[in-house]
Ligand binder design. Structure first.
Ligand SMILES: Nc1ncnc2c1ncn2[C@@H]1O[C@H](COP(=O)(O)OP(=O)(O)OP(=O)(O)O)[C@@H](O)[C@H]1O
Ligand SMILES: [Mg+2]
Length: 329
């Protein structure tokens, strides 16, 4: 069978990325231009600055992606672009670029959901992984337990009622003075501490989550005791979150009878959370998957992979495609 090459375009937040992926699984190139150092100055992503930088970077990043994959635009079979969820101005850059490219080249346009992309990152790391499986999506904007019924068919089993896990990591990090992006900095600091600080564990009915109470408790504690050991605080916060995530995952496994669980999204790069989920694997007949580190946070290879599965299903878009900032799975 002929190989299918998909060009992926990602610009939903502060990474401009273009990738070429073969048959949804093999990365020929995955060029990521991150704006972290620019937004670091402001303590978080400034949407207008993100859009401007996407405009400046998208053409050179695309050219580099084709060069690294050693192909020409004419060799690709489809153009997949993130059209949501994300920052509207940032998304629009990728969507407009993909539409122009599709029009000029005559190649089909594949509107791709960023969350589907995070899940698809696992298909790149695990060539044999096939639905059905469960996904715990833990990212900057989303926290969901998802039943992946098929490559393009999903059922949300539970979701956060307030903050996403990544958002809680970033807000706590900012308050305790670690700066942006908080997740990786909390991860490193927690390694130097002990999880010996009591924090509230918020339980919600069913498989939903709530993290704002925990976030506020950590922030209040830091205000009340300014010289509190920050490494212990970070370790206690991470432990609390990992316990909740694992409890809910076990519940979802019990309810569905599905024993394959794939982590996805930026927070799945967290070393403590990965370590605790690995233990789950040793405990029972459970298989745990997590994308390689580079594929956990935003990148276009995961978009090209998700785009591939939409392409073979015939999910092609026309040039009226628009960005959808609050797009759901
Ligand atoms: N090692 C880590 N430990 C904890 N959190 C991490 C780590 N690395 C990254 N993160 C967090 O992951 C988030 C970024 O991930 P991601 O790129 O998936 O989110 P996003 O694209 O902003 O949101 P979404 O995908 O929901 O639209 C940030 O909140 C960041 O702090
Ligand atoms: Mg993301």
């Amino acid at each position: 069978m002929k190989d299918t090459l998909i060009l992926g375009i990602e610009s939903s937040c502060d990474e401009t990325s273009v990738a070429v992926v073969k048959n949804g699984r093999e990365v020929l190139s995955n060029v990521i231009n991150t704006q972290i150092s620019i937004h670091e100055l402001y303590g978080g992503v400034v949407p207008e600055i993100a859009s401007r930088n996407h405009v400046e970077n998208i053409s050179p990043v695309m050219k580099e992606a084709l060069k690294q994959a050693n192909i020409k635009l004419d060799d690709i079979d489809g153009i997949a672009c993130t059209y949501g969820p994300g920052l509207v101005g940032a998304l629009l850059v990728g969507v407009a670029y993909a539409k122009a490219l599709s029009y000029a080249s005559g190649k089909p346009l594949i509107a791709t959901n960023h969350i589907e992309g995070h899940i698809a990152a696992n298909y790149i790391t695990y060539k044999d992984l096939k639905p059905p499986f469960l996904t715990l999506l833990i990212s900057g904007g989303n926290t969901q337990l998802v039943l992946v019924k098929d490559y393009t068919e999903f059922e949300i089993l539970g979701k956060t009622r307030d903050d996403a896990v990544g958002e809680a990591f970033d807000k706590v990090a900012r308050v305790i003075g670690l700066g942006y992006p908080g997740g990786p900095k909390m991860d490193n600091l927690a390694k130097q501490g002990e999880p010996n600080i009591e924090l509230p564990k918020v339980h919600v009915d069913g498989l939903d989550f709530s993290f704002s109470g925990l976030k506020t408790a950590v922030i209040n504690l830091h205000h009340k005791i300014p010289d509190i050991n920050k490494a212990n605080l970070a370790a206690s916060f991470e432990k609390n979150i990992a316990e909740i995530l694992i409890e809910h995952t076990k519940k979802a496994i019990k309810e569905t009878g599905i024993t394959k669980i794939a982590l996805a999204g930026g927070v799945s790069a967290n070393s403590y959370i990965r370590q605790e989920f690995s233990k789950l694997q040793n405990e029972k007949n459970i298989e745990v998957y997590y994308p390689e580190l580079k594929l956990c946070t935003d990148n276009a290879a995961m978009i090209a992979s998700a785009g591939y599965y939409n392409f073979i299903k015939g999910n092609i878009s026309d040039l009226t495609l628009n960005a959808v900032p609050n797009l759901k799975l």
